[in-house]
Design a protein around this ligand. Structure first.
Ligand code: SF4
Length: 363
């Protein structure tokens, strides 16, 4: 069933159908994950499930379960170290359910463990990463990952509203990629979505950040969530003018406990679009060579997400179920509960040229 059909159903009926489709709709995003279980509780909800590997010409789907010996390698990790944000996007997938942030040294300890386990790329996300200690917290983590851990790729996803030039001066050398969320080039639409802060203009700020990325040699990326309010927009000219290294285009989706359901802080049902509408948006922008589409289907289980306690988040049941913290049980034990599908990660192009020294960009 397409999400567009769901959109036309009464809300209660749509929710019931969505509950039945939880598995298939499960996907993640650059900004998601729930916090539904205290750290010490066992994973009572974890059960044996079949990992749905991408269908390929290579053969039938591989069955995997929670006793599978081969743990995936945490090659690329998204660490959502905070849930706090200064924006109020109506579809937010990683809402402010806690205000917890690990002490800096504990976060560094966890990152060193991940490096030891094979991590090559770290992405810092939130919430808004620049909210904590005015960007100093994320700056110190970025510096640590590049300088001490020598990771090939260090990136941040931010709404961009709190980044100052002095941050680039201090930490720009250590950052490979800065991804800024921008869903529309029409400021009225941004306000409707919830991306905005009083008089600040999100689009003007985007251009300022683009310029700083040039000046301080940081690769510039744009993330857009395609939803009911921007699905008709033509962004070709603006994106080409900004010339990002990647334009990641996500299809808005519902995550129970985050932006859908009784215990959620958002009601994102009115933002959802159908697969066909998403395809039409992609087709309208097919000439943008840096576009990387992420449909709900494509995003399934192909991101490794750590929450603010450094717990992997498993989305296979349609909501984000946390593992134990890597700080308590180690990476290998925790990652078995991550629901991560390494094959899908590779299939969606999760591994790409992600170190700025390899990009050969004309800054
Ligand atoms: S910018 Fe919007 S989507 Fe991102 S964390 Fe903040 S509220 Fe959520």
């Amino acid at each position: 069933m397409q999400l567009g059909v769901l959109c036309r159903l009464p809300l209660a009926v749509a929710r019931a159908v969505l509950a039945a489709l939880r598995g298939p709709l499960c996907a993640l995003c650059w900004n998601l994950a729930p916090l539904s279980r205290p750290l010490s509780l066992p994973l009572a909800g974890w059960r044996r499930v079949s990992a749905i590997s991408p269908v390929s010409s290579a053969g039938p789907r591989r069955e995997r379960d929670d006793h599978d010996d081969a743990s995936p390698t945490p090659t690329s990790v998204n660490y959502h170290f905070t849930r706090q944000c200064n924006y109020k996007c109506g579809f937010c997938f990683h809402t402010a359910k806690t205000s917890f942030v690990l002490p800096l040294e504990e976060a560094k300890r966890g990152l060193a463990m991940l490096k030891e386990a094979g991590m090559e790329k770290i992405n810092f996300s939130g919430g808004e990463p620049f909210l904590q200690d005015r960007g100093e917290f994320v700056g110190k983590l970025v510096q640590f990952c590049k300088q001490d851990l020598k990771l090939p790729s260090v990136s941040i996803v931010s709404n961009g509203s709190l980044i100052r030039e002095r941050w680039f001066k201090k930490y720009g050398d250590y950052l490979d990629i800065l991804a800024i969320s921008c869903d529309s080039f029409d400021e009225n639409v941004n306000v409707l979505i919830g991306r905005g802060q009083g008089k600040k203009n999100h689009v003007e700020n985007l251009h300022k950040l683009r310029q700083w990325c040039r000046e301080y040699a940081v690769a510039f990326k744009i993330n857009s969530v395609i939803n009911r309010f921007n699905v008709e927009e033509d962004m070709n000219e603006q994106i080409k003018a900004l010339n990002p290294v990647r334009w990641k285009v996500f299809q808005c989706l519902l995550i129970e406990g985050e932006n859908s359901g009784e215990d959620a802080l958002r009601e994102a049902e009115r933002f959802v679009i159908s697969d066909e509408e998403f395809e039409q948006f992609l087709d309208r922008h097919k000439d943008v060579s840096c576009l990387v589409p992420e449909s709900n289907q494509k995003m399934r289980d192909s991101y490794l997400i750590l929450d603010e306690y450094m717990r992997f988040l498993n989305c296979r049941n349609g909501r984000k179920e946390p593992s134990k913290s890597i700080l308590d049980v180690g990476v290998e034990a925790a990652i078995k509960f991550s629901g991560f599908d390494e094959k899908m990660f590779l299939k969606r192009g999760g591994k790409y040229v992600w170190s700025k020294t390899d990009m050969k960009l004309d800054w």
